[in-house]
Design a protein around this ligand. Structure first.
Ligand code: URA
Length: 184
């Protein structure tokens, strides 16, 4: 499955918003749509797709994705029963952090997705989506797993799954946070 069917469905669904995004931020060769259940109560936000995701046209299907999906499965849910998206839908070259302009360009689409899905819990993976969803100066290691009430939903920040590859001590807390987000 190349993910192209889902890609075109997603792009059609949000065409009004995507059309407003500046051309230089809209490289569809590096674009990866969201995936999952639009009625999900759990909405998961990554940073931006990586090379594997672009190749396969699906979010979180590389090494980080396997860690995420294993943790979801261990918590008792499948990846199809949650909603998985990225803050920035186009892969930044060389795996750099997304620029402010890229985040700003893609944020209206994220907000539209949140409106569509209307989740109870938004799980942010890593520092960058966390900082877009809650106002905090805290480090992720100090506030991961806490719930931030944002009115219509709560935000629960955790580590980026790839961070558990660099620092194994983060894997247990990561899995615990996922369980917390699923159970809530
Ligand atoms: N990392 C992310 O943040 N998003 C993906 O889709 C894959 C890896």
């Amino acid at each position: 499955n190349c993910g192209c069917t889902n890609n075109m469905n997603f792009r059609t669904r949000y065409s009004d918003i995507i059309e407003e995004i500046p051309d230089q931020q809209r490289d569809f060769e590096r674009f990866v749509p969201a995936e999952g259940d639009e009625d999900a109560s759990l909405f998961i936000i990554g940073e931006a797709p990586g090379a594997t995701e672009v190749e396969r046209g699906r979010p979180f299907v590389g090494r980080g994705g396997n860690i995420l999906v294993d943790a979801l499965n261990a918590a008792g849910v499948t990846r199809r029963s949650v909603y998985i998206t990225n803050l920035v839908k186009v892969r930044p070259e060389d795996n750099r952090d997304p620029y402010r302009a890229e985040i700003d360009a893609w944020t209206p689409l994220l907000h539209a997705e949140i409106q569509t899905v209307s989740p109870d819990v938004i799980l942010t993976l890593g520092r960058i989506p966390m900082n877009e969803m809650i106002e905090t100066d805290a480090r992720i290691s100090d506030i991961h797993g806490e719930r931030f009430d944002e009115g219509r939903y709560c935000v629960l920040p955790t580590f980026h799954p790839a961070a558990t590859l660099y620092d194994r001590s983060r894997l247990d807390p990561f899995r615990k946070d996922i369980t917390e987000a699923v159970r809530w």
